[in-house]
Design a protein around this ligand. Structure first.
Ligand SMILES: [Zn+2]
Length: 264
C-alpha cells in the first residue's frame, strides 16, 4: 500500500500489521533521448507498489534525491549539496522510524546510488536507531536472472539500455519514445584507458558522454512486462524474508551494548 494513499488511522494500522516500509531510491537524470528523466524512481516505486500488493508493506512516497552529480551537465538533472543529501536521506529514514516502522527496505533504482547507500547503511552503526535498514543486493531471483539473460538481445547495457527501456515499457509505456532511441548503440569510449584501473568522479562521463550505455533498440513491451513481474515477485519474497528476520535487530542491540561498555 502506498503511504500517501492511506488515511492517518489506516496508516497507523498498516504500521502495526506490516512493520515494514519500503523506500525506493531513484534520481532525476537524463536517460538517453528516449526515456523520461524520472525513469529510476518511477520504475522502482512501481515495482515496490506491485510487490507490496503481494506481500503487504507500506511504500514511502516516490523519493528522488540521490547521487547523480555525473549528470549535472544535462538539462533536467536534480542534485543537492553532498552534505545536505546525506542529512536529508538520514532524516527521511528517521522519520519513517518515528512513524513506528522497525524495518526499512531501501530499494535502489539507480546504479549511481550504490556507494552512497552502502555508506548510509554503514552509518547505521554510528548511533543506535529504533529501526533497521535492509538493502536488497539483487533485484531478481537467480532463475529469473538467467531467464532474463536469455531474453535479452543487446550484447551490452548500462544506462537507458535494453533492460532499463524494458523496465519503463513494463511500467509506464506511454513515457517511452521508441522512435527517439539512438541509431547507434553506446559503447564505452575508454578515454581513461591509458591509466591503470582507476576510480575517478569523471569515469562515467569519460565513457558515456551522452548518458547512454548499451543498446535500447531490442526493448519490447512484452519483455518489459515479464521483467517487471519477476522484479515484483523477487521483492515480495524479499519483504517476507525481512518480516521474518530477527537477527539484524538482535545483533545491532548486542553491538551497541558492547559499544557502550567500551566508552564506560
Ligand atoms: Zn536509470
Amino acid at each position: 500500500m502506498q503511504w500517501e494513499h492511506l488515511t492517518s488511522t489506516d496508516f497507523a494500522r498498516a504500521v502495526q500489521d506490516t512493520g515494514v516500509c519500503i523506500i525506493t531510491m531513484g534520481v532525476v537524470e537524463k536517460h538517453s533521448e528516449h526515456l523520461p528523466l524520472g525513469t529510476d524512481f518511477l520504475t522502482a516505486h512501481k515495482i515496490a507498489c506491485l510487490a507490496a500488493e503481494k506481500e503487504p508493506a507500506v511504500v514511502f512516497p516516490p523519493f528522488y534525491f540521490g547521487q547523480i552529480y555525473e549528470a549535472r551537465c544535462f538539462p533536467g538533472t536534480i542534485t543537492l549539496k553532498p552534505a545536505l543529501l546525506i542529512e536529508l536521506i538520514q532524516s527521511v529514514f528517521d522519520e519513517i522510524g518515528r512513524n513506528g516502522f522497525k524495518k526499512i527496505i531501501v530499494l535502489n533504482g539507480h546504479g549511481g546510488n550504490n556507494h552512497l547507500l552502502g555508506f548510509l547503511a554503514q552509518c547505521s552503526l554510528w548511533e543506535e536507531k529504533p529501526y533497521q535498514l535492509y538493502l536488497p543486493m539483487r533485484h531478481l531471483s537467480s532463475e529469473a536472472e538467467a531467464a532474463w539473460k536469455e531474453m535479452q538481445d543487446a550484447a551490452y547495457g548500462g544506462h537507458a539500455c535494453e533492460t532499463e527501456t524494458c523496465q519503463v515499457l513494463g511500467t509506464y509505456p506511454e513515457l517511452v519514445k521508441m522512435d527517439r532511441i539512438p541509431e547507434e548503440p553506446a559503447i564505452p569510449l575508454g578515454r581513461l584507458a591509458h591509466l591503470p584501473p582507476t576510480y575517478t568522479g569523471i569515469w562515467w562521463y569519460s565513457d558515456y558522454p551522452n548518458h547512454y550505455a548499451g543498446d535500447a533498440r531490442p526493448a519490447t513491451l512484452e519483455k518489459g512486462q515479464k521483467l517487471i513481474q519477476w522484479s515484483a515477485e523477487y521483492l515480495a519474497d524479499y519483504i517476507a524474508a525481512v518480516k521474518a528476520d530477527t537477527a539484524v535487530a538482535a545483533l545491532s542491540k548486542e553491538f551497541f551494548e558492547r559499544m557502550s561498555r567500551v566508552s564506560g
